[in-house]
Design a protein around this ligand. Structure first.
Ligand SMILES: Nc1ncnc2c1ncn2[C@@H]1O[C@H](COP(=O)(O)OP(=O)(O)OP(=O)(O)O)[C@@H](O)[C@H]1O
Length: 241
């Protein structure tokens, strides 16, 4: 079930010199839903996410926030979250909570890190570091939460835990966007998919609708869609079977 549009991108393009990382992508990000960005390495997922966040300025096109009034509109988990060494988990959560008048203990409880609150951040596992990154992204209760590869490099149990938390963030009414290569988990968790290839949006729609198009599980659907698009690009108009 998806809700209102919280963020709108219109024909956003990002070039770096001669390289086009994202090409004329238009999309809406709805509340009450997880939108998954999938695509091969280098297809432009992170660049698109960062333009939606406003930390990367589009070369052309616009991004507009249509969500509710909020002190912090967007929360962000970067691909490789890093925290200041020497601080404990609680001090770190406290730093982010203070910026938006939130409660650090609430944030730690939200991701299940209250038991390790006194541990130095340098002593956290990769999974716990990611959980602390999610806690930070939730500070101030932003209506939109964006997560870049929240489970990359994590074991299956930790990946599952992270995706369960991601789902619960959207269940609380927020708009959640994530980039991920963990296709089976994305298939289970996402409501909508945005499929990118070489900076182009090649498909968007609900997971069910995309599955219906090719009649298979997501990882097969994904491969089939990309193959289909390569064929579309390769075949001159009117020659496709
Ligand atoms: N600051 C930059 N300067 C030059 N090129 C860049 C920059 N940032 C990204 N790119 C290029 O833009 C393209 C898209 O990169 P991006 O990181 O958005 O892809 P991605 O789909 O997130 O990849 P991955 O799945 O590997 O994280 C890549 O070819 C990348 O090398």
């Amino acid at each position: 079930m998806t809700g209102e549009t919280y963020l709108t991108a219109e024909e956003v393009t990002k070039t770096y010199g001669d390289m086009t990382a994202v090409s004329e992508v238009s999309l809406d990000i709805p509340s009450d839903a997880v939108t998954g960005f999938i695509g091969p390495n280098g297809s432009g997922k992170t660049t698109l996410l960062r333009m939606l966040l406003g930390v990367e300025r589009p070369t052309s096109g616009t991004v507009s926030y249509d969500g509710p009034a909020a002190e912090r509109q967007l929360g962000y988990l970067p691909q490789r979250p890093t925290f200041r060494p020497g601080f404990s988990v609680r001090e770190t959560a406290g730093f982010y909570a203070d910026l938006v008048d939130d409660d650090p203990d609430r944030l730690l409880e939200r991701v299940g890190l209250e038991e390790v609150a006194s541990r130095p951040v340098s002593g956290l596992s990769g999974g716990m570091t990611r959980l602390l990154g999610i806690a930070q992204a939730l500070a101030g209760d932003p209506p939109i939460v964006m997560l870049d590869e929240p489970a990359s490099g994590l074991d299956p149990a930790m990946s599952r835990l992270i995706f369960d938390i991601v789902e619960s963030i959207a269940d609380a009414g927020r708009a959640v966007v994530l980039c991920s290569h963990e296709l089976p988990l994305v298939e289970e968790t996402a409501d909508r998919l945005v499929v990118l290839e070489s900076g182009h949006l090649v498909r968007t729609g609900s997971v069910a609708a995309l599955q219906e198009q090719t009649g298979g599980p997501l990882h097969e659907t994904f491969t089939a869609l990309l193959d289909q698009d390569r064929a579309t690009i390769a075949a001159p108009e009117g020659t496709q079977s």
